[in-house]
Design a protein around this ligand. Structure first.
Ligand code: HEC
Ligand code: HEC
Length: 366
């Protein structure tokens, strides 16, 4: 494997799976990502740290091994080879029947892991039939379940959905396997990742994409604060965090993701745009509370993408979830706090994908 590419995956250096030497081993390359969390010492202590933890908020661990334990998949442990391959597949539009749409089309890693439109647009310019907004893939490893209705248990399972879904990538399993196996460089990479007798199945492909997604974690100054750096947040941001706890936001937005679990929605008030799309939650009418990490970058908001500003998102939450009017001054402070959740992204180098061959099935564009 290309060593530069391997080392460019900063998150791997962070997690410490590989070094840049021939044999792997200890990483000696420091990264902005690891320094964002590991510089989290000093600055004294602040009672707000304990208050936040008591309210259920958790930092992304500063310790690489601890983080690794949280994100790794014991059934398919992370290695540099698998992650590099998973990254290529994530960016490869040939996993869609049209050759035009990749995971990155709707979960663009350059724009907060989202597409920036109200409802996702996929194969044949089809809008999501339920008017559902694309959630971010960053930190999705910390969600307790995946999708707005929580119907998928983990990222590996989740990745099978969009490739086959008609309004998304619209590619049947066998077409995807044929495309990948017709490209010798891909076959070679699967062998390197999983051994010479690897069977390249649809599930192997989606497992590898899911594994790559597990590395998409983004520590922020909020983590530095919770990990012990009292001056990582300024006075307004701390006031916002205090309000976020005192107003009850942490009842649903907690854990490392500040969300990621199924919650009641629309219980104490009526969501202003409830009639846009037909999504009503899961069987218990619960909706997954989205992660609030990188929320500054992931507008528009809510399952149907009808809310374009954080101010309105916060206002609606007050009404719909907490039976309270949040005044403008408090709203601005909460927004200042939410912006501290904008994290350092892994340094992802756009991959050069291996060429198709004469036997690669051609695009289907109608
Ligand atoms: C056409 C746009 C589109 C494409 C292409 C697409 N997705 Fe999605 N993705 C969505 C939408 C919309 C949802 C929410 C759907 C739902 O909840 O029913 C979603 C949900 C997800 C989630 C769940 C996140 C969460 O917080 O619940 C993950 C993870 C994800 N997609 C990863 C992928 C991967 C991996 C690929 C490529 C194999 C992919 N997506 C391709 C639009 C897209
Ligand atoms: C009872 C649980 C609950 C409480 C309390 C709650 N939320 Fe939410 N939050 C949710 C759910 C569920 C959603 C998704 C709703 C939807 O889109 O249908 C959500 C969505 C959001 C969004 C939009 C996220 C996105 O990516 O679309 C923001 C921002 C938000 N909440 C902030 C807050 C703030 C700030 C508070 C406190 C004032 C709060 N929430 C209180 C459950 C809750």
């Amino acid at each position: 494997m290309n060593k530069t590419l391997k080392c460019s995956l900063v998150v791997l250096a962070l997690i410490g799976f590989v070094g840049c030497g021939e044999k792997g081993g200890d990483s000696n390359s420091s990264s902005s990502l690891s320094s964002a969390v590991s510089s989290a010492v000093g600055g004294g202590s602040d009672p707000l740290m304990d208050k936040a933890k008591k309210a259920g908020l958790l930092p992304i661990p500063a310790d690489e091994k601890e983080l690794n334990k949280l994100i790794d998949n014991p059934k398919n442990p992370i290695t540099a080879e698998k992650i590099e391959l998973g990254k290529k597949l994530y960016f490869d539009p040939r996993l869609s029947r049209s050759n035009l749409i990749s995971c990155n089309t709707c979960h663009n890693l350059a724009t907060g892991g989202v597409d920036g439109v109200e409802a996702a647009i996929g194969d044949g310019w089809t809008t999501n039939p339920h008017h559902l907004n694309s959630p971010t893939v960053y930190n999705s490893v910390f969600n307790k379940s995946q999708f707005w209705d929580g119907r998928s248990p983990h990222l590996e399972d989740q990745a099978q959905g969009p490739i086959q879904a008609g309004p998304e990538m619209a590619a049947p399993k066998d077409l995807v396997v044929k495309r990948v196996t017709s490209i010798p460089a891909y076959v070679e990479e699967f062998k390197k990742a999983y051994g010479d007798d690897v069977k390249i199945t649809f599930e192997k492909i989606t497992d590898t994409i899911g594994l790559f997604e597990r590395t998409l974690v983004t520590p922020s100054k909020f983590d530095a604060f919770l990990n012990g750096k009292a001056d990582a947040l300024n006075a307004d941001e701390k006031a916002g965090l205090t309000l976020f706890i005192d107003k009850g936001c942490t009842a649903c937005h907690n854990g490392i993701a500040l969300g990621g679990d199924m919650q009641n929605f629309d219980a104490t008030g009526s969501y202003k745009y409830k009639d846009v799309g037909d999504f009503k939650g899961n069987a218990d009418k619960k909706v997954k509370a989205p992660t609030l990490r990188n929320i500054e970058e992931t507008a528009p908001y809510y399952h149907n993408g009808k809310v374009w500003t954080l101010k309105e998102a916060i206002q609606q939450m007050g009404k719909v979830q907490l039976m309270t009017e949040i005044n403008d001054a408090d709203n601005a402070k909460i927004e200042a706090f939410l912006k501290t959740l904008t994290g350092t992204k892994p340094d992802i180098k756009y991959p050069v994908l291996p060429a198709s061959t004469a036997t690669t099935p051609q695009p289907i564009v109608k």
